[in-house]
Design a protein around this ligand. Structure first.
Ligand code: IPM
Ligand code: MG
Length: 367
């Protein structure tokens, strides 16, 4: 069994960020001791707390430490305290800044329903099916990063894409689809937008490199409807930065709660990737120990698989999560009538107990 020695930059952020990342770190530490790995964590200011401590949401020292790490685990950022700051200096600017600085142009958001949580989806079970698809969102371009102009009378935001930017994220999405059910749905607004027209043409051209993958295109308004009408038609969805932001929240609701969905943001292979739950900092829940730690815990298991190749370790944790959910333990946001609603820290403690009961070797069947 290969022992891994690895450095993880920890960016707990604001609101519920610190509590959920703390839960993920405990689980990663259990994993390290069960499998003989060593994860070295370095905690850094980022977001609103970095504005308070260092005067900027992405301090140079935080960025440098992220560059020097093997992976980055982020909680969530933002809150009412920093909302009145001038545009471009808020915690969100730190998030966009780190994506840009580290060249994180791919954002993967897996939409996967945990079997024990079928009942909390707002969709009827016959429509929901297995609900297992992935959204690949372009993360470093589009209206997010085009020129923003604002005066007291007028404002504009420029949506721009180059062929190069579309090709590199499209290749990643085709590769994901090739490794799954060979079906890629590209989402755009090519009936109205020039940037979407280039998007559609470029994705269609890249498709020639992946003859095993069936490609189709949907306009974003139709895609938003199809996600609710018939989610089983999707395998991998590829879309731009803005549409991906919106569709991934919608898709997360299908899985029962946005609190459950992790994400991977990465650039070129061999550079540190960033993992974060897709939920926000939920300031009204912060400090009450009610937040669901699963988005952060699944971000950690995604990290184990995607950055470190530790599939068995990741499965070992996810199987234990499913057992805890099957026993009926739920945080408030994923509760069902008759279930046992526990605090976030109790859920994590329950999960750690379950991990202690499941010797690590058992996860490595045949190893
Ligand atoms: C996300 C978030 C961010 C985004 C915000 C916080 C800047 O909504 O990661 O989905 O819009 O990308
Ligand atoms: Mg979002």
């Amino acid at each position: 069994m290969t022992k891994l020695q690895t450095k993880i930059a920890l960016l707990p952020g604001d609101g519920i960020g610190p509590e959920v990342t703390n839960a993920a770190v405990q689980i990663l530490e259990d994993c390290a001791s069960a499998f003989g790995h060593h994860f070295e964590f370095r905690e850094l200011p980022f977001g609103g707390n970095a504005i308070d401590q260092c005067g900027a949401p992405l301090p140079d020292a935080t960025l440098a430490a992220c560059r020097g790490s093997d992976a980055i685990l982020l909680g969530a950022i933002g809150g009412p305290k920093w909302e009145s700051l001038p545009f471009g200096t808020r915690p969100e600017a730190g998030l966009l800044g780190i994506r840009k600085e580290l060249g994180l142009y791919i954002n993967l958001r897996p939409i996967r329903l945990r079997p024990a949580l079928r009942g909390i989806s707002p969709l009827r079970p016959d429509r929901l099916g297995d609900c297992d698809f992935e959204i690949v969102r372009e993360l470093a371009g589009d209206i997010y990063f085009g020129e923003h102009k604002i005066t007291s009378e007028k404002a504009s935001d420029l949506a721009e894409y180059s062929v190069f930017e579309i090709e590199r994220v499209a290749r990643y999405a085709f590769e994901r689809a090739a490794a799954r059910k060979q079906h890629l749905t590209s989402v755009d607004k090519a009936n109205v937008l020039a940037s979407s027209t280039l998007w559609r043409d470029t994705v269609t051209a890249v498709a020639r490199e992946y003859p095993s993958v069936k490609l189709d295109h949907l306009y974003v308004d139709n895609a938003a409807m199809q996600i609710l009408l018939r989610p089983t038609q999707f395998d991998v969805i590829l879309t731009g930065n803005m549409f991906g932001d919106i569709l991934s929240d919608e898709a997360a609701a299908l899985a029962g709660s946005i609190g459950l969905i992790p994400s991977l943001s990465r650039g070129r292979p061999h550079q540190p990737a960033l993992y974060e739950p897709i939920h926000g900092s939920a300031p009204t829940l912060a400090g009450k120990d009610v937040a669901c730690p699963l988005g952060a815990i699944f971000s950690a298991t995604l990290m184990l698989r995607e950055s470190f190749g530790l599939d068995a370790e990741s499965q070992w944790i996810e199987a234990a999560v499913d057992r805890v959910l099957e026993q009926g333990y739920r945080t408030a946001d994923i509760a069902e009538p008759g279930g046992r609603v526990v605090r976030g820290s109790e859920f994590t403690a329950k999960l750690r107990g379950e991990l202690r009961e499941a010797p690590a070797q058992h996860a490595r069947s045949g190893a």
